[in-house]
Design a protein around this ligand. Structure first.
Ligand SMILES: *Cc1c(COP(=O)(O)O)cnc(C)c1O
Length: 207
């Protein structure tokens, strides 16, 4: 991460490493905490709850990010447990999150997921609809959106997708970019990522 930041004349402190612990147990998280890691990512609410409710009680400094799809009926649990949600991808979820954030008096970081490859099986807002969606999150739902998130198609060069996300964020006046995983976090950092989501490069391959 430091090397990639240096290449782009960026400060590595401006890039948050989200250690993705899905499928790994609490002992793996404990080891990462012992090594100084404080920011973690999970892609399922249920799995995260089982693992992190007790971890957060023991380690109040840790921050948990939801990086997987969120069903509206799990918005309440998600808002209570997570410090950031990277997968705001539809208007009904914006409405549900807005209600739960008000109810709990919580402020958490929100990223709008953009389907940069316009893949039918992948969630996310289409690139050309992103600006209007971010605007509706603000004006209709009273949400503060921090940035944009993408998962490039597995079979494509990721850099053009990262560049597209960067341009969309600039147009929307957003400063944070959640992009880059184990295989492409260096390219993402060169193209302006403020959050990289890295699992297997830290914890090994998932079963
Ligand atoms: C699992 C996951 C990651 C981490 O993937 P690795 O290739 O193991 O680094 C990043 N982002 C999302 C959305 C994920 O689901």
């Amino acid at each position: 991460m430091a090397k990639a930041a240096a290449v782009a004349s960026r400060k590595v402190e401006d890039v948050t490493l989200i250690a993705v612990t899905k499928t790994h147990d609490a002992a793996a998280v404990e080891a990462a905490i012992a090594a100084g890691q404080t920011v973690f990512g999970e892609n399922r609410v249920q799995e995260a709850k089982g693992k992190y409710e007790s971890l957060k009680a023991v380690h109040p400094e840790i921050r948990l990010h939801l990086i997987g799809p969120l069903q509206s009926n799990k918005a309440r649990d998600a808002v209570a447990l997570f410090d950031a949600i990277h997968t705001l991808d539809r208007e009904s979820l914006a409405e549900a999150l807005s209600a739960e954030l008000k109810r709990l008096g919580r402020a958490i970081k929100l990223f709008v997921q953009v389907n940069t490859g316009e893949e039918p099986q992948k969630s996310g807002i289409a690139p050309r609809e992103t600006l209007a969606f971010v605007e509706r999150c603000r004006t209709v739902h009273g949400l503060t959106v921090s940035g944009l998130m993408c998962i490039p198609p597995v079979d494509e060069e990721p850099a053009p997708h990262f560049a597209l996300l960067l341009n969309l964020a600039r147009d929307a006046g957003l400063s944070e970019l959640s992009m880059g995983m184990s295989g492409d976090y260096e390219a993402a950092i060169r193209l302006g990522a403020t959050h990289v989501r890295v699992g297997s490069a830290i914890f090994g391959s998932r079963a």
